[in-house]
Design a protein around this ligand. Sequence first.
Ligand code: KG4
Ligand code: ZN
Length: 333
Amino acid sequence: MQINILAIESSCDDTSAAVIQDGEVLSNCVANQEAHRLYGGVVPEVASRAHQANIIPVVDLALKKAGIRKEELHAIGFTKGPGLIGSLMVGVSFAKGMALSLDIPLIEVHHMKAHVLAHFAEAPHPSFPFLCLTVSGGHTQIVRINNYLDMEILGQTIDDAAGEAFDKTGKILGLEYPAGPIIDQLAQQGEAKFSFSEPKIPGLDFSFSGLKTGILYFLKKQVKEQPNFLEEEMPNICASVQDRIVSILMNKLKLAVKQTGIQTVAIAGGVSANSGLRKALQQTGEELGWQTFIPKFEYCTDNAAMIGVTAYYKYLEEQFSDQGVAPVARWNI
Ligand code: KG4
Ligand code: ZN
């Protein structure tokens, strides 16, 4: 029998629905929310209202694209957390209602675990155990993946996430939210000619808040001396910021490989769309003999396909949730 799972993701500002058949992605639809650009960040109240408006059309589209009728579904997977509680509530309530009406199981999914398991949405798949650097707007972690449902955090950020480092620096530079993709684009036209210091954090943990402050002071000083500094040097500033964020991430990843002896290495989460990080992982992998896994762009940022893939592996283990399930803003892997 083929197992069809409808998956729903609504943890932050994107509403997404996907249909997964036996672990393969049949459809993956995302409705982005543009309104947050105006505010320089995600406004929780605006996000939950937009999820409410988007969820039914996005689910309908995902089913239509997959060519699957509601009655052919075997389970509903949804993001339980971590994320914005008002956003999560829309997806969780919708999933509960639909599972109840169809009398099929509900499967709760951890958003960050799903980012890791996005690597199983399409071949080639990493073999276990592997290391995954998960870098998003809310998280920066090095995770050891022993099996689909068995993961442990080896190191994580003690302050800002890598995506936040991009977004907050972008705000200082006067760029729109989310600034990560904009910095990435501008960096490709520049040269990393400014050097920002690397934080000295022991072990596999990360810190990015010092970098943000360092950049702010650097810019203040430069603009005082040269009022047009920002306009003239924007691509070079972006290239330098990106270069430092990527080197912080890569140095910790190298240490993790050294400590664990695991040479199968993946990246996941929104920041894994960054061209500098993708190139650095590929080059380091070639130099050091690692087997590397870089997700397709579609599976880097928030999407329901990764929720559905994770739900499929939980379905096989019969890890179902009951109707009393509620979203959680914070949740450890
Ligand atoms: O995983 P994601 O879509 O949402 C969260 O779960 O947080 O990640 C969003 C983050 C944002 O901080 C965004 O600026 C960053 O990913 N991002 C990038 C790029 N594309 C998205 N950062 C750097 N370079 C990119 N190309
Ligand atoms: Zn995410």
